[in-house]
Write a protein of this length. Sequence first.
Length: 198
Amino acid sequence: MKAALELFVERGLEGANFEQIAKRAGVAKVTVYRRWSSKEELLTQAIEQARTLVPEADIWASTDATTQPVDERLMDSWVHTFGDARFRAILAQLIGSSVTQPSLLATYRQQYIQPRRRLIHAALERARRDGQLAVDADLDTVIDMVVGAAMYRMLIHPDTPADPAATRQYLQAVLRQADRLLRLPDVPHGQQEGQEPA
């Protein structure tokens, strides 16, 4: 399955065929055919195990017993994940193949993204409780804004160097802007911020 995932990352869905997978794994093609009925089935199982191929810093091991502020630990996690070349490559191929093979992205979302999203949500909940975020912040919206900005940068500007310091600076700016927007008072449509109502 590791060979299948490697080929998928390198060549996409079309390039990860049984012949190439068997050659990369060093086994006979018939061995692959006996275990999986299609390359889509094989890749789906490989995606299920992809979380073990994208190492993540042990940031969440002791969620409460730490002196590091929640927002710093969360930023460490984001910088580590979005800076990982394998994560970037896997995600790009999954999104690229989502039209013809949506089950691959669905599997990755279930096995990798959703568990981490729950951890991030819990961390932001603590950050909100500690006053690091607006008390009425919509945490799912905050996650979508930061992750969406990071994914846009990865996919639209793939040549951007995965420099940890630059990534941290960018994500901190996104998080600040997200929090600033969430702290703005409600302004009636057509009225500019700071303008007195008529």
